[in-house]
Design a protein around this ligand. Structure first.
Ligand SMILES: Nc1ncnc2c1ncn2[C@@H]1O[C@H](COP(=O)(O)OP(=O)(O)OP(=O)(O)O)[C@@H](O)[C@H]1O
Length: 402
């Protein structure tokens, strides 16, 4: 069943250089603004229960598209048909009145979503409990920190039993323990067969969660299909701009090592990368001879399942060459009573071919989906090789004359 249908929807924003230009435009009846086409005429249908990832560079039009589906922005032309109740988390504090209290805003938002007061009464306790900001519910939301805003907005959006959930990942995750909690909630929605639109810059999460991905570029659908194909085409395009790719890295190791443990999450404490007995940030590797060891020390909330450690090798184009993860490789990490553990992955006779590579480290939940922490470019590998073998990796092989 189709739950979303957009037909020839487009959106152009107007820019006025000075506040007075609007008035001038009315008075002189002459144009005093610049226009920017954020969405070109676009057609899109989404079936009930699909989990759609929306990806694209900054300014590609993702939020504009999602706001039109959410009904918080009107298209200039075209029609948007949406079947069912929509909850959207697209703007920090969007839909919240700053002078009203948290409690009043819950009722305001619930009513805007079409719920009756008795229905909101029933949900109120669950919303406050999920947000975990009980003592602030009678304070005006203009006094809230951005983290408190995210908590309440996420709780309202997901406790009000929407048919369609639209989430900008950057706004949904909040801090520390809440990040995992909100992520689990999104996964529950997926398991319950709800329709979800998920906008994220994390290609890993897009691939892990979604069953269809839409890539927007300059306000147009560049590609629409299965996550693996769309994500690899998109990362390929990003790799033409290495910096853009590397900028998607979140927590540099310096931040990761100094960060303190937070309840409900896990943190990378230390990463060391060793090649042939030498531990450095820049390492010389001899292709098919060197042994590479990546050691990761982390701390985690002991009440949560043991996390997954992942190691990613990235080349100079920003392309992901290979990865290794404890969950995939079957290592169940044993932690001490405080949730600390150290793991090491060893790559004997490293089969990378000549070039420069980076190592990134991830700390993820037990299912290797939710990212707790990320240390980017923890080491640079300068790989040399013998002979003229081409490419990035040397595959084991056997030749025979037949
Ligand atoms: N209210 C607005 N007024 C004017 N221009 C806007 C407005 N909202 C967005 N734009 C412009 O429209 C374009 C598309 O913006 P949009 O927020 O939809 O992109 P996005 O893909 O969500 O970007 P990001 O990943 O940075 O959030 C951008 O160039 C942006 O500057």
């Amino acid at each position: 069943m189709q739950v979303i249908r957009l037909e020839n929807v487009n959106k152009t924003y107007s820019y006025y250089a000075h506040g007075v230009d609007r008035l001038l435009e009315i008075l002189t009846k002459r144009r005093h603004h610049e226009e920017f086409v954020a969405l070109h005429p676009l057609n899109l249908t989404i079936e009930h229960g699909q989990v759609i990832g929306v990806i694209g560079n900054n300014g590609a039009g993702k939020s504009t598209l999602l706001k039109i589906i959410a009904g918080t922005l009107s298209p200039d032309k075209g029609t948007s048909h949406v079947l069912g109740r929509v909850s959207a988390l697209l703007e920090l504090g969007g839909g919240f009145h700053p002078d009203m209290t948290g409690r009043e805003n819950v009722y305001l938002n619930g009513t805007m979503m079409g719920l009756t007061i008795p229905e909101i009464d029933k949900l109120y306790h669950a919303i406050v409990e999920f947000a975990g900001i009980q003592e602030f519910m009678d304070h005006p939301v203009k006094t809230y920190s951005s983290g408190m805003f995210v908590r309440l907005a996420f709780a309202v959006a997901t406790c009000t039993e929407p048919d369609i959930l639209i989430v900008d990942e950057a706004l949904s995750v909040g801090d520390g323990g809440f990040a995992r909690k909100s992520f689990n909630r999104i996964m529950q929605f997926k398991q319950a067969g709800k329709t979800i639109l998920f906008c994220s810059h994390s290609m890993y999460q897009i691939e892990a969660i979604c069953d269809r991905v839409i890539w927007l570029e300059q306000g147009q659908i560049k590609m629409d299909g299965v996550p693996s194909s769309v994500v690899s085409a998109y990362t390929e395009s990003l790799s033409q701009n290495v910096n853009a790719q590397l900028n998607t890295a979140t927590t540099p190791v310096e931040n990761a090592t100094t960060s303190t443990f937070v309840e409900g999450t896990a943190k990378i404490k230390e990463v060391s990368v060793m090649a042939d007995g030498v531990t450095e940030k820049k390492l010389d590797i001899f292709s098919l001879h060197s042994e590479l060891c990546v050691t990761v020390k982390f701390t985690s909330d002991i009440s949560l399942a043991s996390p997954t450690v992942g190691v990613l090798v990235i080349n100079a184009d920003g392309r992901f060459i290979t990865s290794a993860g404890t969950q995939h490789d079957g290592l169940q990490i044993q932690r001490d009573a405080k949730g600390n553990a150290t793991v090491r992955v060893t790559f004997p006779k490293l089969a990378l071919l000549k070039g420069e590579y980076w190592i990134d480290v991830f700390l993820l939940c037990e299912n290797a989906i939710h990212v707790y922490d990320h240390a980017s470019a923890v080491a640079t590998l300068n790989v040399r090789q013998q002979g003229l073998e081409q490419g990035v990796v040397s595959l084991p092989r056997q030749w025979a004359q037949i």
